[in-house]
Design a binder for this molecule. Structure first.
Ligand code: GYE
Length: 323
């Protein structure tokens, strides 16, 4: 092919992609509806499944056209999805960052393209807060603290050492970092609490079980399991039972999220306490997206309200859990 043919072809391609971009832009998705590109973390947990459903349902009822992408817990996939949303000239990009760092470049691209970004569920640790308009999600440090406070109360007045194993969420993710530090902050006040092993279980049941099996082999005396989410706790419970121990009694179990399966396990006495993390963010997200797309000012941080549930409340709370 001659140079000329190549450049003519390239020009043609450019014009074609420009036309596609323009037609999406000028029609606002073809029917004047707001178009949102949503880059989800993955489908790693019950929490995530409920979160995805909430976003999809909310988009439908808010009349928002949703372009949904599942990153399978990989940052590079999320970056690709965001770039493709920029290319498609969506009205708003929303995403739940799989890890905290490494977003500046792609978010600058969105900013240059004048597409507002809403962080949902998880935050990023960039110093440049102009890269996103708002962050809607839970306070994970607070959740970790609530887990620690329950433990402190549970062992009040006892002086023997309390050996804790910790199943961390996805390495580098905001909920893993914050649930770990919030918990550590509270228990450090009393030297009887010792985290004897702490490792990632990637927020999944399979990994939670596998890592708990390893903990049970390497740690002769485990009093407490602190799992950063329910799926890992549920996997670990299987490992504890297969090792001939009673979860909830021989090893106390603290978990975070509050999905239905975990409430069931708590009603069965296998989980001692659940720190709630609410995945139903869809409606709030659509509301914020509509505002930022119109250029309205929104608060830079929107928190989700949540509670703590103990075993005596489990059976009563179970029927009303929607996820
Ligand atoms: O706790 C866990 C999920 O980011 C709050 O991600 C979310 C966490 C949730 O995989 O189950």
């Amino acid at each position: 092919m001659t140079k000329r043919v190549v450049s003519t072809l390239a020009a043609g391609l450019l014009a074609a992609s420009f036309l596609t971009a323009c037609s999406t832009d000028s029609t606002g998705g073809g029917d004047g509806r707001l178009v949102m590109g949503f880059a989800q973390v993955g489908a790693e947990s019950g929490w995530r499944t409920a979160n995805t459903k909430s976003v999809q349902d909310a988009a439908k009822s808010a009349g928002v056209t949703l372009k949904f992408s599942d990153a399978q817990q990989k940052q590079e996939n999320q970056i690709k999805a965001i770039r493709s949303f920029i290319q498609q000239r969506v009205d708003v990009i929303a995403f739940s960052p799989v890890v905290e760092s490494g977003w500046d470049t792609v978010l600058k691209e969105a900013k240059n393209a004048k597409i507002p970004v809403v962080l949902t569920d998880r935050a990023i640790d960039s110093k440049d807060t102009s890269l996103y308009r708002t962050f809607l999600g839970s306070d994970f440090v607070e959740e970790g603290k609530k887990a620690g406070e329950w433990l402190v109360g549970e062992y009040k007045g006892k002086n023997e050492p309390v050996n804790i194993v910790e199943l961390q969420g996805t390495t580098g993710s905001a909920p893993a970092n914050d649930r770990r530090s919030g918990f550590a902050d509270v228990i450090k006040g009393d030297p009887k609490f010792k985290v004897v092993a702490s490792q990632t279980g990637d927020f999944t049941r399979a990994k939670g079980k596998e890592v708990m099996q390893a903990f049970l082999k390497s740690q002769p005396d485990i009093d407490v399991l602190y799992a950063h989410n329910d799926d890992m706790a549920l996997g670990a419970i299987q490992a504890i039972e297969e090792a001939g121990k009673k979860p909830g009694t021989d090893i106390k179990v603290i978990s975070v999220d509050g999905i239905k399966d975990a409430f069931q396990a708590m009603a069965d006495g296998k989980i001692n306490v659940l720190v709630e993390c609410n995945p139903l963010l869809g409606d709030q997200l659509m509301e914020l997206a509509k505002k930022v797309a119109k250029g309205e000012t929104v608060p830079t941080r929107v928190k989700v309200t949540e509670g703590v549930f103990t075993q005596d409340q489990a059976a009563a709370a179970l029927p009303s859990r929607s996820y």
